[in-house]
Design a protein around this ligand. Structure first.
Ligand SMILES: C[S@@+](CC[C@H](N)C(=O)[O-])C[C@H]1O[C@@H](n2cnc3c(N)ncnc32)[C@H](O)[C@@H]1O
Length: 281
């Protein structure tokens, strides 16, 4: 096995907690898939999970917060071209357009049903938005077609080897790649996660959404990457990759991270310390 193959193998085998994850942390990850990732799950169930994310994001003002963070990352560009991957319900892109008068967005997801739903809704009629089915790991676009690529609450869906490819792809088409995702919790917090989360879901969701929502939320927490895992994935995509990781303070949602990947030569950006984003490392 050559050095490149060995590096690839190390990334593929990397635990979600990063190369130096503890024995206990490694016990608290799973190969189980969320409903959203499974071909054998009907669209109706998947859309209940998407509905849950939309409703919780609205109730906690998360869509707006994520849109503000996204726009911070392009504050030096007058007409930012933004690609949203894994958009699900599309509310992040809708907020971006609401908050920025000249931004344009390509709203995408791997799931054709979600993209069709977005295209049929209000966002689909906005002249500054286009919708497209896109796989984050193989983006059909020219180099530097976008000023920023954003992927919210979806990066943990990708296995390490695939996640590394997504970083390479997003920083090819967009130069800067903003990931907003769950922050990996310690094993005790992971154990308590269902107890902490359930009351909020019971209050905010229709009864039939609660099980699909809990199922995917718990698996997401077990699949979340740590800051050191993000570092390792970024370096594997490009050893010279710049990686800015910040902790995202949320009022009611689970603890989250923002990670801004940029290739050497991309416009310098280090203005992500405002809002409620605090440096992590
Ligand atoms: C948990 S949802 C997040 C939805 C939305 N971004 C949010 O913040 O609520 C994850 C989304 O990522 C999408 N997804 C999963 N794998 C993907 C991939 N390889 N490329 C693009 N989207 C993907 C799923 O279809 C799903 O819509």
């Amino acid at each position: 096995m050559g050095p490149a193959d060995m590096r690839e193998h190390a990334i593929a085998a990397m635990p979600r907690g990063g190369p130096n994850a503890s024995w206990l942390d490694r016990r608290f990850q799973t190969e189980a898939l969320e409903y959203l990732d499974r071909d054998d799950i009907p669209d109706g169930i998947k859309q209940k999970v998407i509905g849950m994310l939309d409703r919780l994001g609205t109730a906690t003002n998360q869509h707006q917060h994520h849109a503000q963070i996204t726009l911070e990352a392009v504050c030096d560009i007058s007409h930012p071209r933004i690609l949203e991957l894994g958009a699900g319900h599309g509310k992040l892109s809708a907020k971006i357009l609401e908050l920025h008068p000249t931004a344009t967005v390509t709203v995408s997801d791997l799931d054709p049903t979600s993209v069709a739903n977005i295209a049929e809704g209000e966002l689909g009629t906005n002249p500054r938005a286009r919708t497209e089915v896109i796989d984050a790991t193989a983006i059909d676009a020219e180099d530097h077609s976008f000023d920023l690529v954003v992927f919210a609450k979806a990066f943990h869906h990708l296995r390490p080897a695939v996640a590394c490819r997504a970083i390479a792809e997003a920083t090819r088409v967009g130069r800067r790649f903003l990931v907003i995702d769950l922050k990996r919790q310690n094993p005790l917090a992971l154990l308590l996660f269902p107890i902490v989360r359930l009351p909020m879901l019971l209050v905010l969701l229709p009864w039939s959404w609660v099980w699909p929502g809990m199922h995917d939320a718990f698996i997401s927490a077990l699949r979340a990457y740590s800051a050191s895992a993000f570092e390792a994935l970024g370096r594997a995509a490009d050893p010279a990759m710049r990686i800015d990781i910040q902790s995202l303070q949320t009022r009611l949602g689970p603890p989250s991270l923002t990670v801004l990947f940029s290739r050497p030569g991309a416009t310098r950006h280090d203005r992500m310390s405002s809002l409620s984003v605090t440096p992590l490392i």
